[in-house]
Design a binder for this molecule. Structure first.
Ligand code: DAH
Length: 340
């Protein structure tokens, strides 16, 4: 019998006593060495010892081979093949919910502007009076500063702190950092949460969302602004909705415009939602006022630009024809599941 003929660990274990054990021929021969002539005993002993070593090594090697083979076999038996497992009627044990429509609208708006070459930036929700009003050229007597319009966190000394009433202060942060890091031009949109002391109704929320746009570059004109607004409108609302700009006033842009889109309910025919005008106001925009550029240390002789800002919640409402804006923050999954 050869060691190779042993094809399992068990067979090897059983055969081992007969090969090297106490009753094996090898051991018997080794025990009989004592009866040999002393002149041959040493050589014979050494040869038997060598033979035992070779046999034991061969057994050990075979044991290793057989153990490896057994392991591979066990692995092969454990492997799952396609179709081995069938999962039936598994339901998620918790109700996984649904993204908020405000969050998905914000992401969609960001995608549209990123595709147009804008980057996305964010600013703080708690601002000093300087960022929220002063740097934006909003004078102390402006109605937006009234106690009934703004949530004041800190009044007066050492400084007035407010929950931002719009995303426009992020323009100031962005321009300041572009000046500091010498990285003009800027093409950015800045989405985020804003706060006003509004009583919630079908069209207003006290906590709402805006997206601000800012371009500072060389040779920017009003036509660039109008082109960006129109391109955005069609990309977000669809090709049958367009935009128009009406003269308006904002302290930080000159000239300023109100930005309106075709009413998404009546498609311009005139209805109750658009007060029979066929248009819905979405936000404001205009060319950067040189006083604002000066406030952040940008040379208005070299750089020009435009800004715009509008409501994300309003966009969601118009795109999905939601009659009451409060549904956006109630987070009722039955409402949210309508929007994939
Ligand atoms: N911040 C203004 C608001 O909340 C909207 C706005 C108007 C933003 C004109 C702008 C702009 O960037 O240029 O009513």
């Amino acid at each position: 019998m050869t060691i190779r003929a042993l094809t399992s660990i068990e067979a090897l274990r059983e055969a081992e006593p007969a090969i090297t054990g106490k009753r094996s021929i090898l051991s018997t021969l080794q025990r009989s060495l004592g009866s040999l002539e002393p002149s041959v005993r040493r050589d014979a002993g050494a040869e038997l010892q060598d033979a035992r070593r070779v046999i034991e090594e061969a057994l050990e090697a075979r044991r290793g081979e057989l153990a490896n083979a057994a392991r591979s076999q066990a692995l092969a038996a454990d492997r799952l093949e396609l179709g081995d497992v069938v999962v039936q009627n598994v339901r998620c044990p918790v109700d996984a919910g649904h993204p908020s429509l405000i969050a998905s609208t914000q992401r969609h708006l960001e995608d549209v502007f990123v595709a147009m070459g804008f980057r996305v930036s964010e600013g703080p929700e708690v601002e000093s009076d300087w960022y929220n009003f002063e740097a934006l050229n909003i004078p102390p007597a402006h109605p937006a500063r009234g106690l009934w319009d703004t949530f004041y966190v800190e009044l007066g000394e050492p400084e007035t702190v407010v929950l931002r009433t719009h995303t426009s202060p992020t323009q100031i942060h962005l321009m300041e950092s572009a000046v500091r890091t010498n990285s003009l031009p800027v093409h950015a949109v800045m989405p985020g949460r804003c706060y006003r002391r509004d009583t919630p109704d079908a069209r207003h929320l006290a906590t709402f969302h805006q997206i601000e746009g800012l371009v500072v570059d060389r040779g920017i004109t009003f036509a660039d602004l109008a082109g960006v607004i129109e391109t955005f409108t069609q990309a977000f609302f669809g090709p049958d909705i367009s935009s128009r700009l009406r003269p308006g006033f904002f302290p930080f842009t000159e000239p300023s415009a109100e930005f309106e889109i075709t009413c998404t309910i009546c498609h311009g025919e005139g209805c109750r939602t658009c007060s029979q005008t066929g248009w819905i106001e979405l936000g404001g925009c205009g060319m950067l006022d040189p006083a604002v550029l000066a406030a952040v240390g940008i040379d208005a002789e070299v750089w020009s630009g435009f800004a715009f800002g509008f409501g994300i919640d309003r966009c969601a409402q118009m795109r999905h024809q939601i009659s009451d804006m409060r549904a956006l923050i109630e987070n009722d999954v039955r409402f949210l599941r309508q929007f994939s």
